[in-house]
Design a protein around this ligand. Structure first.
Ligand code: HEC
Length: 177
């Protein structure tokens, strides 16, 4: 535990130096290799989600936004299945969000949020997921603002879907929006 803490502090420090070092050279931040090529994954949203979908509030570009979801091979069968849901370790889900329909049609200016299943403890366990904000964002256990895990707990209340909203029952229920 102590070792781990020391090690991650080292990583945080190194990360800080890296980011600071790149700050003056725009565009050099590299995406994490776990999702760098997400555009080659399966897009599970047949139509983009938009409108005031359940649990959304104002995040993910809000009701005006247009949102697509991509999943890697590891999580594909689970996210497109009927449950019970327990995502395999290594699942990575990328949400691509545009501010409105015109931006979505242009394909430009997407913002990204990413969920990663990093462990598989018994039951639906919030510690099993990590989160990243932005295509070149850093993977974090919690992102307090906006609080990814707190809000994604709603997905468990709706469909018992292991902190993931975009399972078939959710997509169907929100299709008309
Ligand atoms: C206020 C609630 C809320 C917060 C906060 C929130 N999300 Fe979401 N998230 C949602 C909802 C609702 C959906 C699906 C709805 C939609 O896209 O229309 C979603 C979808 C996603 C998806 C697509 C997979 C899935 O679960 O459906 C990812 C990835 C994601 N969010 C990541 C994040 C990350 C990373 C953060 C924190 C930086 C975050 N979210 C914060 C509500 C939230």
């Amino acid at each position: 535990m102590k070792l781990n803490a020391t090690r991650s502090m080292g990583l945080v420090l190194l990360g800080g130096i890296f980011v600071a070092g790149c700050a003056s050279i725009p565009g050099l931040g590299k995406p994490d290799p776990r999702w760098a090529d997400y555009k080659n994954w399966t897009k599970i949203t047949e139509k983009p989600s938009t409108g005031n979908t359940q649990g959304l509030g104002g995040v993910h570009m809000g009701p005006e936004g247009y949102r697509d979801v991509y999943v890697n091979e590891t999580g594909l069968a689970m996210i497109t299945g009927e449950g019970p849901y327990d995502f395999p370790v290594g699942t990575v889900i990328v949400k691509e969000q545009f501010k409105d329909k015109a931006a979505w049609e242009s394909g430009k200016g997407a913002a990204h949020t990413i969920s990663l299943k990093v462990a598989d403890n018994e039951g639906q366990n919030s510690d099993d997921w990590n989160w990243a904000l932005g295509y070149t964002g850093k993977v974090q256990q919690t992102i307090a603002k906006p609080d990814c895990v707190a809000c994604h707990t709603i997905a468990n209340a709706l469909n018992q879907s292991d902190y993931v909203f975009s399972v078939p029952a959710y997509l169907e229920a929100n299709e008309a929006n």
